[in-house]
Design a protein around this ligand. Sequence first.
Ligand code: ZN
Length: 291
Amino acid sequence: MRRIALFLTMMACMSASAPSVDFRAGRYNNVCKDLRDDVLLYFVFVDTRTTSPWTEFDILTTIDSIHVAAKWLEAQAEARGIPLNIKTDYYIGNEFATIRRNLPEKSIGETIEKQGLVRGMESFSRWGDYISKIIGESVYIKEKDGIPEQRQPNNKERLIAYLRDEFQVESVALLFMVNNYYRSDISLAINTLHNEDVEFAMVSYKFPSEIAHGFLHLFGAADLSESPFRRSRRKVRLAESAFPDDLMTEVYARPLPELEIGEFTAYMIGWTQGLSPDYETLLTERFTLLK
Ligand SMILES: [Zn+2]
């Protein structure tokens, strides 16, 4: 009996020393803190060498999808008595011109595979800064006595500061949309678990559920299916059997009306303050974000 106790203590020490990530680090952290009251969902259409070009039709249907996603999220909040108003806006050039910037590797998934999670996310951060600078050059800066009140935004952080001011919101969810309609890739949220750089999401598909999933990552939600962040098979099995219809599972093209925000996700996004001990194991995964 004592031996077993000793063995269990040893196991606990070992797992404590193994590098692990606690998804609670994403709660109330970085740009998107509290999913309530007024928030802005700002999205950008990005073309790359390897993704399908954004046609006018694709862009218009994506804008529709974003409105569907925002309405669904607001309804979920209302059902829990949480006030939520999602403002939406997007960047588009003249005649549906998009921003062109190739992905670091051929796809989002390949970037993470080849460069690893930490370096891959740094590459995406620079990619996002470049795109933000292009947007920043086009935004209108107010003048006072003939002098611009601020400089044109030249990276993600400055763009978000500009949008915060412009829309009078605290939280700005920045979504970069890439058109992967005809091939398979992953969507990914970047910089959500630390404060070293500004968080944003890359969304691969224009389905409302995929957009809402990426948006919730920025407010602290963690994956409930296998992903670069959710790795333990045991935890994936638990998550998918406890929350088969949660928005944070692998939703891809599933229609929003058959999905929900379950107990775990509601806790992660700050809609509830307590979590059943049954699901505590889902708060962590064993990998590292340290360089
Ligand atoms: Zn995800």
